[in-house]
Design a protein around this ligand. Structure first.
Ligand SMILES: Cc1ncc(COP(=O)(O)O)c(C=O)c1O
Length: 390
């Protein structure tokens, strides 16, 4: 193990994993803000709804943990019926494996010896740890290191859905890579991954479905090519919250990698559902609780959440329960709320939940979740893999 790997291991082992059970439950209004809160009724309903829908369609759920970064939530998804989880990076996967999650797929390829060593190190103690591969060179590197350890690593071939982000070109090139993997004694071809992230947030159900079907057709053609070559493809993994109810018609994905469905955010809410202008199939369970802390001008009031509490890569946050106001970024620690025609009076000291624009990078800004039911927080859940993007 290298010095750096040992360092990361020590950092990981120092992080809390298990729920911190409170002797006395804390009322939501007594939390110190900004605080990331989860409405457990909505959260449980989201998990149950996705699992029940996919169960009826005979599609497995491999929930993506890049969004919540929390083994406690991963366990709940598995207890609810998910066959395993995804992790975006090896550092996230290590957290999930150490917490006892057996089946973990790393959905992003690696290309350097340091990362391959680190993956193989983790894989040695976790036979269910798998990874995507999208080039002959990285497959060779992984095979070499795994071979030295006497391991046979399960790999998925990642197909580029035309995004140009990761994945090998669909068709002939993908076939060649699968064949190449088939010749290795240290790699086991376990399936394909095709994740069209560029389709998830297309506004309007029909428009989204049309573009998604067009893109995924390349995957269907690749599957046929592999079939003609006599290569069995047990699993095609991919898809997300925005396409979960399109997959059965398309018939390619048999393992859904959805993540955001558990929390939801403004960006997803606004993409539109099958028969509604908003995508309401899953409720918003995640909010940032903020406090109104200052009112320098009568038409404005300042809350204690800014860039350090909400990811700002998308639109601005919105109050969950107040309309007629506009949020303006007030810098790292502040949000300035313009009181146009508030549906609820906001006073200094009031604590209010705000919807997050984009849940994944917002979660990454916080150390803990404060899950609540009936207005009471009974446990605190560490966001163990927070900040781990290596
Ligand atoms: C490879 C991969 N699969 C699945 C997902 C989950 O998508 P969503 O959060 O939209 O459900 C993501 C999200 O970015 C992803 O990168």
């Amino acid at each position: 193990m290298t010095t750096l790997s040992r360092f990361y291991q020590q950092v990981r082992e120092a992080r809390p994993v298990e729920p911190i059970v409170l002797d006395d439950p804390i009322p939501l209004e007594e939390l110190q803000t900004p605080a990331l809160i989860i409405d457990l009724d909505v959260f449980d309903a989201n998990l149950a709804k996705m699992q029940s829908y996919l169960g009826q369609q005979e599609i497995a759920l491999r929930s993506h943990t890049k969004m919540h970064k929390c083994p406690i939530i991963a366990r709940k998804q598995i207890e609810g019926g998910a066959i395993g989880v995804c992790a975006a990076k090896i550092s996230e996967a290590e957290v999930m494996c150490a917490a006892g999650i057996e089946d973990v797929l790393v959905t992003s390829p690696i290309a350097t010896l340091d990362k391959v060593n680190r993956f193989v190190e983790a894989r040695r103690n976790h036979p269910g740890l798998k990874i995507v591969v999208d080039s002959v060179d990285s497959a060779n590197l992984l095979a070499k290191v795994a071979g030295l350890e006497g391991l046979v690593v399960d790999v998925f071939v990642d197909l580029d859905p035309g995004m140009g982000r990761t994945g090998i070109e669909t068709g002939e090139k993908a076939l060649q890579l699968v064949r190449h993997i088939g010749e290795s004694n240290s790699l086991n071809f376990s399936g394909l991954q095709m994740y069209a992230g560029n389709c998830m947030h297309i506004e309007g159900f029909s428009k989204r479905k049309q573009k998604y079907a067009h893109i995924m057709n390349k995957g269907i053609e690749t599957l046929a090519l592999l079939d003609q070559a006599g290569i069995a493809v047990p699993v095609v993994s991919g898809g997300g919250t925005g396409t979960y109810n399109m997959e059965p018609d398309l018939g390619l994905i048999n393992e859904l990698q959805a993540g955001s469905y558990a929390f939801m955010d403004i960006e997803y809410r606004d993409i539109g559902g099958i028969d509604s202008a908003r995508f309401l199939d899953f409720g918003v369970s995640l909010c940032v609780l903020v406090t109104a802390i200052s009112q320098p001008q009568s038409r404005l009031i300042t809350v204690d959440g800014g860039f350090k509490s909400f990811a700002s890569d998308k639109m601005a946050p919105e109050f969950r329960d107040v309309e007629g106001v506009t949020f303006h970024w007030g810098g790292d620690e502040h949000g300035i709320v313009q009181l146009n025609n508030p549906s609820l009076e906001i006073r200094l000291g009031n604590k209010l939940p705000m919807l997050t624009p984009h849940c994944d990078p917002t979660v990454n800004l916080h150390d803990f979740y404060f899950p609540y039911r009936d207005g009471l927080v009974h446990e605190i859940w560490p966001i163990t893999a927070r900040g781990f993007s290596h």
